[in-house]
Ligand binder design. Structure first.
Ligand SMILES: [Zn+2]
Length: 194
């Protein structure tokens, strides 16, 4: 899939929204990409996962690990195509990502699946959890890299679409200054932000 095709798919499924949003990283933005609206279509999700899986065709993958909730559907479909297990990490009561119901065994090759990467915060947290369990992270597969390639996490990162989308710190957000009401569409509790 070309980046243009991916962008079109996100537009046509309504996944790209415009307004005033607080991202899960805590940054504000006039654009929010809700990949769940793409993932509600299994056929399209399969196409997206297939394009990502091709990049990791020659990489051993035992487990695909995704941060909840955004990465779960993509991670599951990727794992199906790669013949791997699908697990997810989720927030514990302290607000940290953890493997609460799965195991990653020492030495297993783990591909991390993300829907959208902005600052790479939750992706980094997922990498840390996998490494702590003894897993060997072989790469990161994402639908969209909102940093436009600026985020570096020390393992191969492949995003179908890499685009620098406007973000602001809350103090410098022009939309806040205009008094536009803000939406917090992410799944992360506000108190647990990076
Ligand atoms: Zn704002």
């Amino acid at each position: 899939m070309t980046p243009e095709e991916v962008e079109k798919l996100l537009e046509s499924t309504g996944a790209i929204r415009r307004g005033h949003f607080q991202l899960s990283s805590g940054l504000h933005s006039p654009v929010y990409v809700q990949c769940a609206l793409l993932f509600q279509h299994p056929g399209q999700t399969s196409r997206v996962a297939d394009a990502l899986a091709q990049w990791f065709d020659n990489t051993p993958v035992d487990v695909v690990a995704a941060p909840a909730l955004g990465g779960i559907v993509l991670g599951y479909e990727l794992a199906r195509q790669l013949g791997a297990r699908a697990v997810f990490v989720e927030r514990n009561p302290e607000g940290r990502l953890a493997l609460r119901r799965f195991r990653v065994n020492p030495g297993e090759h783990v591909l991390v699946a993300e829907d959208v990467l902005t600052t790479g915060g939750s992706t980094q947290e997922t990498l840390d959890v996998v490494k702590q369990a003894g897993g060997n992270v072989v790469g990161i597969a994402a639908v969209l890299d909102r940093s436009g390639g600026q985020v570096k996490l020390g393992v191969p990162l492949r995003a179908l679409l890499s685009q620098k989308l406007e973000t602001y710190s809350p103090e410098q957000c022009p939309l806040c200054r205009q008094g536009q009401p803000i939406e917090k569409p992410g799944s992360r509790p506000v108190s647990a932000q990076e």
